[in-house]
Design a protein around this ligand. Sequence first.
Ligand code: ASP
Ligand code: MG
Length: 618
Amino acid sequence: MALIVQKYGGTSVGSVERIQAVAQRVYKTVKAGNSIVVVVSAMGKTTDGLVKLATEISPNPNRREMDMLLSTGEQVTIALLSMALQELGQPAISMTGAQVGIVTEAEHSRARILHIETTRLTRHINAGKVVVVAGFQGTSSAGEMEITTLGRGGSDTSAVAIAAALGASFCEIYTDVPGILTTDPRLVAEAQLMDAISCDEMLELASLGAKVLHPRAVEIARNYGVPLVVRSSWTDQPGTWVTSAKPQGRSLINLEIARPVDHVEFDTNQAKVALLRVPDKPGVAARLFGEISRQKVDVDLIIQSVHEGNSNDIAFTVTTPILKRAEAVATAIAPALRSQSNPKLEEAEVMVEHNIAKVSIAGAGMIGRPGVAAKMFATLAEAGVNIQMISTSEVKVSCVVDAAQCDRAVLALRTAFEIEAGEQGSRGAGESACIDSPLPLRPSAPLPNCPLVRGVALDLKQARLAIRQLPDRPGMAAKLFGLLAQHNISVDMIIQSQRCRVIDGVPRRDIAFTVSQMDGESAKEMLIQVAAELGWGEVVLDSAIAKVSIVGAGMVGQPGVAAKMFEALAQQQINIQMIATSEIKTSCVVAQEQGVKALQAIHTAFGLAGSEKFVVPA
Ligand code: ASP
Ligand code: MG
């Protein structure tokens, strides 16, 4: 007998008939010998309707009252579903978040869960009842016991948190799609359903999967090792398992806010090769990394900075033992990569740095918290460590620094993020979840294999900002990203140019990064204001960009994966404006109008295309 948490989304409970169908499914699962806690969303588009009502009364409704209003949607569903179960002869009881004791921060409309009381839940479960819990809501603990909500789409988070608190066997998320697809089927007709995906991969694919599964739910599943499956409530298809490594006995107190960073990692066995002034045209990265992969050289980080004039800088890191080979390839190819603007003078220049180290912070908790990366940069600045390269992903920030400063950097970061020395030994975010996933005992559950690339995502909602001529000294990244964090602006890719120019006696570099399009203009305004005062150069905004990313835990240690992506783009004559990588992800920024074409080409190149058609409801 298993304890299962089932969550049903809005469409799955959108009508009386649907609620009755859900009751049938719950009833069947109970009859098969399981105990069930059901978490439900508001019926259909109820929440949207309530939001609309509020805005008709106030353009800027009070957030406390908003929570009072929105939390009513789920309360309707729990009562109706309980009745439907009782009609089937199944004892059931509905409970609001407050009645269960889902204790959250006092932060209205975006509260994070602190703790879940299990006593009442357990008592009803033991009495043979199905407990139907209102998703998306909780109560603040201090004093007033206010009703809070977790943010739109938050019922997934309620469900996984309850599963973690109860130590449930697994959590099923029932929705109106058959599971997680390899890419967006509205853009790529050949998108395929995945059998399984690790939480880390899912988090990195946030822009693809966020609509299907709340990223905070994935974060909790990962931190507590809750097996999770996304399935259609209309069929009996197995859906997609979202797997995670074995839990490490993490405390259930401060469930969602405990620690944004789990690990501080470092690797001193790294060297950097940079090619400066390569032409800014399609096919260059493909040629370089194609040749590198034919030499079986596995590159770790790759970054390509925003171009200045007509040329780009591309830099990558490799482990020290293969540096010679990597350097030989780069040197051999450099003469062929001439800038078009000035073919005689400007030959690509190869720059090698032997003594570098990569230090990283990793943790699912950094998602949507712009302050975390900023704190890393500030910590390094305070320790007097200069950052040579920055590479970011959803759950990791890595900085390349001088090897001689590595120890100092790691110590400072461990102190700042309260990580015990012993704890860094555990493996990085990307590497954990493929082999040792505790897949639930289900005959239909496939074992997760690790394809090179699991999925491909396109993000058309980003904008790129570049700041020219930032002084190259410790503290500049801290200053810049600290400012953005203060304005609550999350930064995605960050790329520092490799070439350094001395202007007014100060060595300077360009830095480029992407933010959400929504934040583009205000970030630019804000940065222009400080630029003059801080002696920075021009601030440039480009909103017409697209970011396409490949994600797969199988790409760790495999040469040639990035090269294949670049090659697919080159074949379509698509120019790559920026490149950034992490262990399990490679992202390229291209022109916005080429985004969809880029996505399709890459999806096909990795053999993800299939023949089954998936229709996704609007
Ligand atoms: N009903 C809430 C919303 O629409 C929560 C949820 O469905 O997950 O955002
Ligand atoms: Mg949802």
